[in-house]
Design a protein around this ligand. Structure first.
Ligand code: PLP
Length: 392
């Protein structure tokens, strides 16, 4: 059997894969099994921050691999401690819990918020509000947090204690708190899976003010928006808000599984011995790679992310077949006249890999994608969007 047949026979059928086997990559280029080249505008869904086979990341990872690939969390390892320090120094947060994925980072954020509320207000205060159309992960608890009914239907009962408010509607959030006191509000600054929809800045500020006033913790899910993607280190920084807890993953590890919950002042000591844990959390190889990624997300890099974003937004805005451009930094959504799936399929034929998010074509290129490749990809996407559908 070839790879596609093996996959169909033996891998759980949870993914609708594109008909493409990627066999190698370099930077923002990847090649399929036939040797055809593609520009990668998805970076593994916002994971390979500096592209495929990024030499600095590879060096950091292999150096650590040659020392020790794993120790249990019963021992200290340097990359874990140094990465936690770097995350805290760059954000002003106080402590970090490491795990392996975005969903787990959110699980930790939720546990920390519930423990804080329990410690301060007793067992009645446990509810967490998230936004309608949000996405927070696939575990039963993060599915409950995800504000999209269709993810819930087949897996009842989910973890109780989650309520959902319309993004932009402060009155609804306040009413939820009046009906049942909230432990936390969890938001994405840009709803990624929900269709690349940024929050209104005024609304984000109002949520922050509400949380401060009521001592409701503000959790910002930076799994997709984080680690430079928005044009700031974390998207909440572009909104000028200060979360109590930040969850992140994806681009932090640069291609190895790593998640982190960053705990602010109110919750820095809320989780004690035995309250939480993860066998692989803080794995030294993953953390060594992440140190090399995070260490390079500096102001010049962020400035270049914003410039590339500006380039794409102006390249696409008002162009034939493109109805709207949404998003922030190098996390952009295109509302196209043709279906997003059709645009993505045609782009693939033309050698550009894009993603979808709901009804949008979603672009998440590597942060360091060379300008020449970005321009080439933009030309292909523009041409595909403008194409007349004459039987194609
Ligand atoms: N939160 C957000 C905002 C995400 O976009 C995702 C994944 O797309 C997750 C959480 C879940 O992350 P993971 O797939 O690493 O568990």
């Amino acid at each position: 059997m070839n790879v596609k047949e093996l996959d169909a026979a033996y891998v759980a059928g949870t993914y609708k894969r594109f008909p493409l086997e990627i066999v190698r990559g370099q930077g923002s280029l990847v090649w399929d099994e036939q040797g055809k080249e593609y520009i990668d505008m998805g970076s593994g869904i916002a994971v390979t921050s500096f592209g495929i086979g990024d030499p600095e990341w590879k060096q950091a990872v292999t150096d650590q691999l040659n020392r020790v690939q794993h120790m249990s969390n019963l021992y200290y390892t340097e990359p874990c401690a140094k990465l936690a320090e770097m995350l805290c120094r760059k954000t002003g947060m106080k402590k970090v819990f490491f795990c392996n994925s975005g969903a787990e980072a959110n699980e930790c954020a939720i546990k920390a918020a519930r423990k804080y509320a329990f410690d301060h207000y007793g067992p009645e205060r446990y509810a967490i509000a998230t936004l309608k159309n949000s996405f927070h992960g696939r575990t039963l608890t993060t599915l409950a947090a995800t504000g999209q009914e269709h993810y819930h239907e087949l897996f009842q009962p989910l973890t109780p204690g989650f309520v959902h408010a319309e993004a932009g509607n402060m009155a609804e959030l306040e009413a939820l708190h009046s009906a049942q006191p909230l432990a936390a509000v969890m938001i994405e600054c840009v709803q990624g899976e929900g269709g690349v929809l940024p929050l209104e800045p005024g609304y984000a500020k109002a949520v922050e003010a509400f949380c401060r006033e009521k001592d409701v913790l503000l959790i910002v899910d930076e799994v997709q928006t984080g680690n430079g993607r928005s044009g700031a280190l974390y998207a909440y920084m572009r909104y000028g808000i200060e979360p109590d807890i930040v969850s992140t993953a994806k681009g932090l590890g640069g291609g190895l599984p790593l998640g982190a919950a960053l705990l602010g002042e109110k919750v820095e000591n809320v989780l004690g011995f035995g309250d939480h844990g993860s066998t692989f959390g803080g794995n030294p190889v993953c953390c060594a790679g992440a140190l090399s990624i995070l260490g390079r997300i500096d102001e010049p890099l962020l400035q270049s992310v914003r410039e590339k974003s500006d380039y794409l937004v102006s390249a696409f805005t008002g162009k034939p077949g493109i109805q709207a451009v949404t998003g922030l930094g190098l996390m952009l959504g295109l509302k196209t006249e043709k279906s997003a799936a059709r645009v993505v399929a045609r782009c693939m034929e033309e050698g550009v890999l894009c993603l979808t998010a709901k009804d949008k074509v979603r672009l998440l290129p590597a942060l360091n994608i060379p300008m020449a490749l970005l321009e080439k990809a933009a030309q292909v996407i523009l041409a595909v969007c403008a194409e007349q559908e004459d039987g194609k």
